[in-house]
Write a new protein. Sequence first.
Length: 203
Amino acid sequence: MVCIRRCLRNFRKLQVTHLPTYPFMTGRFSVSHEQCQVYLNFAVARKISNEIQGLFKLIMLPRGIRNHNPLNIRRTAKDLWKGMAEAQNDRAFVQFKSLEWGWRAAFYLLTRTYYHKYRLYTIRGIVSKWAPSNENNTEAYIANVSRLTDIPPDEPLGIPLEQPSRWMMVGAAMAIQENGMESMDYFAMLRGWELARSDTANP
């Protein structure tokens, strides 16, 4: 976050008067894709530093990808996830060192906490708890995950060790629902699965 604010301070010095001041220029970082694109195009046209151009590209990424948290795992007072970033600047969601660690946490939750502890092993059961209706359009979320995976919402996914592809497909579909298709890194997802299945001791 310190780096982002430094970039913004530098950009203000180069700002021309006819450009509007968008919310992220004040440090609130509430900015639409279209608004950020205006500044990115301006930065490229003026050959402004790669550091500042990189800032706009970073802001344009979905929040879950910026946090290396593809399923948007929420922060709690008991967060002790392996691979957590040292600096936790997002007040709502956990930030990880890399996408692999974010995927590890996601699959740990799905295949251990949800499957073993809560006995949730259908798309409907998993998504209903993951994205409750008081905060989300849960039925649309369920329908989209089912469509992407081609798995009926009430069909058991099977045991994770015996049906890993089905659980990975559900995880991938949930990440697409959370962040969009363009941001998916399937190799990071596979590495995260291996981390989750090889380390069973702690979250």
